[in-house]
Design a protein around this ligand. Structure first.
Ligand SMILES: Nc1nc2c(c(=O)[nH]1)N[C@@H](CN(C=O)c1ccc(C(=O)N[C@@H](CCC(=O)O)C(=O)O)cc1)CN2
Length: 291
């Protein structure tokens, strides 16, 4: 392996510490801590683990955690009623509905119901539009975390060739928008792109978010490329990324591991977005770029 390992776990710990540092001043100004409400419907084991971590890390940062665990049989009306209640609650600055929802629920309608100014997941179409047009809003946590890791390693991204693999609303599309805003030349590819290696051969930055274990091969990469692996695929009980790590690590300049790369950044960025939401809602000044 010649590639440098990008330690997302360590970077995320630093980000959570920077968030925590800001909480006492907010509390002094407003008489309360920033509040994050997380809604889990059903018993998906991975979701339950993520929700538990979110609650724990929210409290560790000195913020207020409101956890709502609903049964798998919860109706659309019940879930919408809870979102309405959280929208109206002044102690709640951020609302997150853990995905995926059970199949009988309409995720799009639920996400649309969240107050865009409390949408710390950045999934509401208002926030997607704000990102696409360069207006301040909330950026989805996983692509925001990827961008932070890229800027930490590469500094100014201007002019770099970036290939994003995957066109989901949660990762691929916002990732492409963020890199475009940083003046990269961005190619958004996906599982049906013809001749993916052709695009990767020129890419200084590769963000793989396609949801297929070991999909990206080392020989497709430009030597020295920075590779961000968003994939979390469970294969025979083990976690695998979307990138064939061993092959890629012998060609890339730097690469995120799975686990310990992008994953921990997701929750750290959620805490960051909650802190930002709280300050914006209360009209308290915050240097958002310093966090
Ligand atoms: N409403 C949302 N739902 C989901 C999101 C999201 O951002 N908002 N993202 C994912 C799940 N997720 C957070 O919710 C998440 C995924 C992975 C990690 C993480 O730290 N992963 C570890 C490995 C953990 C493991 O063993 O499973 C790592 O990569 O090192 C944190 C959060 C889908 N749903």
């Amino acid at each position: 392996m010649s590639a440098e390992l990008i330690d997302g776990k360590a970077f995320a710990a630093g980000l959570r510490a920077r968030v925590a540092q800001q909480v006492p001043a907010f509390a002094a100004a407003t008489g309360r801590a920033p509040g994050l409400a997380v809604v889990l419907v059903g018993e998906d084991p991975a979701s339950a683990v993520y929700v538990r971590s979110k609650g724990k890390m929210t409290c560790e940062a000195g913020m207020e955690s409101f956890e709502h665990r609903l049964s798998a049989e919860t109706s659309q009306e019940e879930l919408i009623a809870l979102v309405d209640q959280l929208n109206a609650d002044p102690a709640v600055d951020g609302i997150l509905v853990q995905l995926p929802l059970p199949g009988h629920l309409d995720s799009e309608a639920v996400l649309l119901r969240i107050d865009p100014d409390k949408d710390v997941d950045g999934f509401h179409p208002f926030n997607a539009g704000r990102l696409a047009t360069g207006l301040p809003g909330f950026v989805p946590c996983t692509p925001l975390g990827c961008l932070m890791l890229l800027e930490d390693r590469l500094g100014d991204l201007t002019g770099l060739d970036a290939v994003v693999i995957g066109r989901s609303n949660i990762v691929g599309k916002p990732m492409a928008a963020l890199l475009t805003a940083k003046s990269c030349t961005v190619t958004l590819t996906h599982s049906r792109t013809r001749n993916l290696p052709h695009y990767l051969a020129h890419a200084d930055i590769v963000v793989a978010a396609v949801g297929r274990a070991d999909f990206v091969k080392g020989e497709w990469l430009k030597p020295g490329a920075t590779v961000i692996d968003v994939g979390i695929n469970r294969v025979d009980g083990a976690l695998r990324g979307d990138v064939d790590f061993a092959g890629a690590a012998s060609v890339a300049g730097a690469i995120t591991p799975v686990p310990g790369g992008v994953g921990p950044m997701t929750i750290a960025c959620l805490l960051r977005n909650t802190l930002v939401a709280a300050h914006r809602r209360e009209g308290v000044a915050l240097d958002e770029d310093s966090i």
